[in-house]
Design a protein around this ligand. Structure first.
Ligand code: ADP
Ligand code: MG
Length: 343
């Protein structure tokens, strides 16, 4: 007699989340939005919190060969703050939990926390707790971020995109992925010959986008200043294709993107080509850009036309029209969510 055993890779990340959370019941009236967005929304009576959690695992999400601990601490916080901004709320508190093997010294953890504190200072959030435990191998960092708000009116979900809305991103895409390719290449070269010292000086932008990303606080500030509420929003952590698909699914719409309008940094373009990769593919299927992907109603066009750093990349269409890329060569491509398999 054998029990059925299904490999988690058969479902993929999103399929797995759907599977294990199927039939999840909410018991509390104060749970206003549960699973399925960048952050959950809870609260009542004019006080609300958006809450998001993310975990970084050594060997999966970061490699100690090229990740300075201070940057790692910074990034672990920032990627969570990014999910709060993606709800159009400013983050206010974080908790940080770590599991560490005995390979890490007190000094190493001081470095990690110097990064955590730096991110807290920069984004004006408070570290309010966490948990510390041991791990048999490597390091795991889990961060929970909270953003308080007294109104639900400006909270933005993935599900609000409407046909005719304009699709925008808050900055260039693909650089973090290209940066990762560069770090991996240099790591291999170093492993083959450890007399080589990698020189990254001419590729600072992509390296920084990978190792020390920032959350799109400037975009949040601009929305607030210009009294603009996007109709839908999420942060780009898995690549434009996959994340656009999430907005389309949640909103019950399709989208039409213009390849030529997808913003790419010159350094990403140059380096992608050096790696024989298409820079646009890096933007579509790479990840970890932590820019905001958002839609706005057509009447708000003027407000985003002058938004610093933002780019208009397409339009929301009917669901039956699917998710399409209009290429610079004039062809229409169906975009597939690549997602990834980290398992
Ligand atoms: P993001 O990329 O914005 O961090 P994810 O893709 O990780 O979001 O998660 C999608 C949704 O699934 C979120 O609402 C998240 O809270 C939820 N989720 C992920 N893993 C689990 C889990 N193991 N149990 C319950 N909910 C989960
Ligand atoms: Mg997100």
């Amino acid at each position: 007699m054998s029990e059925k055993r299904t490999d988690v890779n058969e479902l993929g990340e999103f399929g797995l989340i759907d599977h294990i959370t199927r039939g999840n019941k909410q018991h509390q009236k104060s749970t206003l939005r549960g699973i399925g967005d960048d952050a959950a929304v809870v609260g009542q009576g004019g006080q609300y919190a958006v809450i998001s959690t993310d975990m970084l695992v050594e060997g999966i999400h970061f490699d100690m060969m090229y990740t300075p601990l201070k940057h790692l601490g910074y990034k672990a916080v920032v990627v969570n703050l990014s999910d709060i901004y993606a709800m159009n709320v400013a983050p206010t508190q974080v908790t940080v939990s770590i599991a560490i093997s005995n390979r890490y010294s007190v000094e190493a953890l001081e470095e990690l926390y110097a990064g955590v504190k730096k991110a807290c200072d920069f984004y004006n959030v408070d570290l309010i707790g966490g948990d510390t435990t041991s791990s048999p191998k490597g390091m795991i960092i889990s961060v929970t971020a909270i953003g308080l708000t007294d109104s639900l009116d400006k909270v933005v979900y993935r599900s609000g995109a409407k046909v005719g809305d304009i699709v925008c991103v808050s900055g260039d895409l693909g650089a973090a992925y290209v940066g990762l390719q560069l770090l991996e290449r240099e790591k291999q070269l170093y492993l083959n010959d450890n007399t080589i010292t990698p020189d990254f000086s001419s590729y600072q932008y992509v390296i920084e986008r990978q190792l020390k990303p920032e959350a799109a606080k400037a975009a949040y500030d601009y929305f607030k200043r210009s009294d603009l509420v996007p109709s839908s929003m999420m942060d780009i952590s898995d690549g434009l294709s996959s994340d656009m698909m999430h907005i389309c699914k949640a909103s019950g719409v399709g989208a039409y993107l213009e390849e030529g309008k997808i913003p790419l940094h010159p350094e990403s373009k140059e380096l992608a080509l050096e790696f024989n990769m298409d820079p646009v593919t890096c933007a579509l299927s790479g990840g970890e850009d932590y820019e905001l992907l958002f839609t706005v109603a057509p009447e708000d066009l003027d407000k985003i036309r002058f938004m610093p750093g933002a780019y208009i990349i397409g339009e929301i269409v009917e669901r039956k029209d699917g998710l399409k890329l209009h290429t610079t060569g004039g062809n229409i491509h169906e975009l597939k969510a690549q997602g990834w398999n980290h398992f």
